[in-house]
Design a protein around this ligand. Structure first.
Ligand code: GLV
Length: 309
């Protein structure tokens, strides 16, 4: 039996529908409708409540319906003995590239400033920036980060990337380790975070990290909120270390109404929409993994339980 739990109920219902049409409605249950807990062997999920999977004694396979699996490890739902898989979908990577490109171009071409000037009926030219003069650094060169980096490089940005192991991506300069990081940050005009959330990346973007950036660089967070020390980010913007930031991910989502990010004049907040799993393009790999589970095979896009990504 396949259990479906997504933090947004309507998304959970859509997954339950498409899984039912593939495997039969009697094989699929939304978490709130499960009657026989011991029959559940597979969970298809996004942000299940803490330790929820401990209620299912025979759960053996957990499929995240997003690229990230931190929601499974953080909620302590990576139950012993269960295999975990995530979504790897070219559409997720393509959408992430489009989002980042949009933010960078809008910022480079001063769109917000001109919008603000328009409201004041102010006709004033500001500095002009071209792609060839801009250096973008990507934190995290996994499947999505590599795609983003290689596409940014292909359209003419000077593109740098930081990752655990050296990466060979055409047109992208690869950096590793703390020295590599500092070297990269010192050259950066736009810093894009796409790191997975693990214990070693939690709070990585703190005051010390931000102090290594080239002055007036711009920060885009499409990785995870807990990788950033919020107060350090605000101070870096207020001190002019950063010229501003676009944030798509947060410590707590939805972002609390009282959070300073909402009203900071140099911060743009988007509601975790940089790249969203497309059910049409992602469902086939979930079906494939369920078939594999039934045949006793390992899932595709399996997550390392040691690395936690
Ligand atoms: C979104 O954040 C995802 O992990 O797919």
């Amino acid at each position: 039996m396949i259990l479906v739990h997504c933090s947004r109920k309507e998304i959970g219902r859509r997954w339950a529908e498409i899984l039912s049409s593939e495997f039969g409605a009697e094989m699929v249950s939304l978490s709130e409708q499960v009657q026989e807990y011991e029959k559940v062997e597979i969970a298809v999920c996004w942000k299940a409540p803490k330790r929820m999977f401990y209620d299912y004694p025979n759960l053996k396979f957990i499929q995240s319906v997003g690229a990230g699996v931190d929601h499974i490890f953080d909620s302590e739902n990576a139950i012993p003995g269960a295999k975990i898989a995530r979504i790897i979908d070219p559409q997720l990577s393509a959408d992430m590239f489009e989002f980042i490109l949009t933010i960078v171009l809008a910022n480079m071409k001063q769109l917000n400033l001109y919008y603000d000037q328009q409201r004041r009926k102010l006709w004033k030219e500001n500095s002009y920036n071209s792609i060839k003069d801009i250096t973008i650094s990507i934190l995290g060169l996994g499947v999505i980060g590599s795609h983003v980096a290689s596409n940014l490089s292909a359209i003419g940005f000077n593109t740098l990337g930081w990752s655990q192991s050296e990466k060979n991506i055409s047109g992208v300069q690869s950096f590793q380790g703390i020295d590599g990081l500092n070297d990269m940050l010192a050259q950066t005009d736009y810093l894009v975070n796409i790191l997975p959330l693990t214990e070693s990346t939690r709070n990585i973007i703190d005051a010390n990290f931000l102090s290594k950036l080239k002055k007036s660089s711009y920060f885009i967070n499409v990785g995870r909120g807990p990788q950033v020390v919020d107060q350090a980010l605000i101070s870096a913007i207020d001190q002019g270390i950063l010229s501003g930031a676009t944030l798509d991910v947060f410590h707590h989502e939805p972002l609390h109404v009282d959070h300073e990010f909402w009203t900071h004049p140099k911060i743009i907040v988007t509601p975790h929409v940089a790249s969203i799993t497309n059910l049409d393009t992602a469902s086939e790999q979930v079906f494939e993994n369920i078939r594999r589970y039934k045949k006793g095979l390992n899932p595709i896009n399996q997550v390392s339980l040691d690395k936690k990504y």
